[in-house]
Design a protein around this ligand. Structure first.
Ligand code: CP
Ligand code: NVA
Length: 311
C-alpha cells in the first residue's frame, strides 16, 4: 500500500456513504489485509486507539469480528450494552454521542431505528459505523462483496437473487446493486416488499418476482436471510406461513446457474429460509462470508480512522 490520504470525519451508515471507487479499494484492501494476517504479518496502525461498540441487539459475528479486528490492528474494543450504560436509562443519544466520541476514536452501533445511528453520527466527533439497524446492514455487504470477489471475481454485470423479507439485508443488497453494478432479483411475498422509495431509486436494476424459482433462474448468486428479524420474534408464526414458498432449497439452487454461489448473513434457521442441504452444500460460502466480516471491517476501520489508501 502507498501513502495514506487523511480526510475529515467520515461515517459508514449505509453503502451509499462511500463512492464506488472507495468501495472497490476497500474490498481490495480487505483481501490484502486477510492475506497479510494469514502470512503472520502484524500490522498495528491503531495502537492506543479505541473502538466503542454499542449493542442494543444481540450479535455473535459482528461483536467477535469487530473486537478481534481491533486487537489485530493493535487497538482496543469496548463493549457497551444499554443495560450497563446510561443509554438504557434514557440518556439522550445526542448527549451520549458527544461524550463517548470525546474519549474514543471510532464508534460502532447496532440498534433498532436507523435514525438513532444518524443522530449519533450527527453529534459525534469521530467516525460512526452502522453495525445493523432495522433498515440496513452495510458491514455485512462488505464481507459479502469481498467473498464474491474472492470466489468468482468482479460481481459487476452479474445477477443476484435475494429470497426473503424486504428487510435490512434486502435494503443493503439493493444498495450493493447500485454501488457494485449488478442486477438484483428480489423474491418476496406480497406485503413484505422492500422500502418503496428505495425501489423507485433502483428502477430497473431490481426485479420483484413472487415466484422463487423464476427469480433464481440464471442467477450467479442466491442469498437469503431469516424470515423474522431481531425485534420481530412475535411475528414468527405468521411469517412462517407467509414465507413458506420462499425457501432456498436444492430445487431453487438448480434454477440458478450451475456455478452459482449461496450466501446467508447468518444466523440461519435451517429448514426455514434455507435447507441444511443448501447451507452445508458445495455452493454455500457462508463460513468464508462470516470470516470475511473480520477482514472487511479491518479495512473499514483503517479507512475511516487512518484514511483510504491512495492507488
Ligand atoms: N450477520 C451478523 O451480523 O451476525 P450477528 O448478528 O451474529 O452479528
Ligand atoms: N435481518 C436480520 C439480520 C441479522 C444479521 C436481523 O435483523 O435480525
Amino acid at each position: 500500500m502507498s501513502t495514506i490520504q487523511t480526510t475529515k470525519v467520515r461515517h459508514f451508515l449505509t453503502l451509499m456513504d462511500f463512492s464506488k471507487k472507495e468501495l472497490s479499494l476497500l474490498i481490495q484492501r480487505a483481501i490484502e489485509l486477510k492475506r497479510a494476517w494469514k502470512q503472520g504479518k502484524h500490522y498495528e496502525p491503531m495502537k492506543n486507539q479505541t473502538l466503542a461498540m454499542i449493542f442494543e441487539k444481540s450479535s455473535t459475528r459482528t461483536r467477535v469480528s469487530f473486537e478481534a479486528g481491533m486487537t489485530q490492528l493493535g487497538g482496543h474494543a469496548m463493549f457497551l450494552s444499554p443495560n450497563d450504560t446510561q443509554l438504557g436509562r434514557g440518556e439522550p443519544v445526542e448527549d451520549a454521542a458527544r461524550v463517548i466520541s470525546r474519549m474514543v476514536d471510532v464508534v460502532m452501533i447496532r440498534t433498532y431505528a436507523h435514525e438513532t445511528v444518524e443522530k449519533f453520527a450527527a453529534y459525534s466527533k469521530v467516525p460512526v459505523i452502522n453495525a445493523l439497524t432495522d433498515s440496513y446492514h452495510p458491514c455485512q455487504l462488505l464481507a459479502d462483496m469481498m467473498t464474491y470477489v474472492e470466489q468468482r471475481g468482479s460481481i459487476a454485470g452479474k445477477t443476484v437473487t435475494y429470497v426473503g423479507d424486504g428487510n435490512n439485508m434486502c435494503h443493503s443488497w439493493m444498495n450493493a446493486a447500485r454501488q457494485f453494478d449488478f442486477h438484483l432479483n428480489i423474491a418476496c411475498p406480497e406485503g413484505y416488499d422492500p422500502d418503496q422509495d428505495l425501489c423507485l431509486e433502483l428502477g430497473d436494476q431490481i426485479s420483484i418476482i413472487r415466484d422463487t424459482r423464476l427469480a433464481a433462474k440464471n442467477s450467479d448468486l442466491v442469498v437469503t436471510d431469516v424470515w423474522a428479524s431481531m425485534g420481530q420474534e412475535e411475528e414468527q408464526k405468521i411469517r412462517e406461513r407467509a414465507f413458506a414458498n420462499f425457501q432456498v432449497n436444492a430445487e431453487i439452487m438448480a434454477c440458478a446457474n450451475p456455478d452459482a454461489l449461496f450466501m446467508h448473513c447468518l444466523p440461519a434457521h435451517r429448514e426455514e429460509e434455507v435447507t441444511t442441504e443448501v447451507l452445508e452444500g458445495n455452493q454455500s460460502v457462508v463460513w468464508e462470508e462470516a470470516e470475511n466480516r473480520l477482514h472487511a471491517q479491518k479495512a473499514l476501520l483503517e479507512a475511516l480512522v487512518i484514511g483510504f489508501p491512495i492507488q
